[in-house]
Write a new protein. Structure first.
Length: 115
């Protein structure tokens, strides 16, 4: 089992920045894919970005240039830096760790964009 805990959400004005963290614990394997997803009110959960244990990164087209995913394997933590926040970025952000055929999800953390 893998446990994921997100942190770093909150209320940020438009144009501001947010840095989300996702710390993994439990059965940590060295081969994985970590991803950030988000779900806005009334919308389906969507992929934001993924990073593999080898460092391969993929972004959704809608966030390229403003979102940066990174990892610190020593801390078993993945980060999502969000810059130039827009109102449409307001959502609950979830991290997911995929190990083989298994997906593990965090509980989600809310990011609110408001002046």
């Amino acid at each position: 089992q893998v446990q994921l805990v997100e942190s770093g959400g909150g209320l940020v004005p438009p144009g501001g920045s947010l840095r989300l963290s996702c710390a993994a614990s439990g059965s940590i394997f060295s081969i994985y894919v970590m991803g950030w997803y988000r779900q806005a009110p009334g919308k389906q959960r969507e992929l934001v970005a993924t990073i593999t244990n080898t460092g391969y990164i993929n972004y959704a087209d809608s966030v390229k240039g403003r979102f940066t995913i990174s990892k610190d394997d020593a801390k078993n933590t993945v980060y999502l830096q969000i810059d130039n926040l827009k109102p449409e970025d307001a959502a609950v952000y979830y991290c997911k760790r995929t190990v083989g055929a298994y997906d593990y999800w965090g509980q989600g953390i809310r990011g609110t964009v408001s002046s």
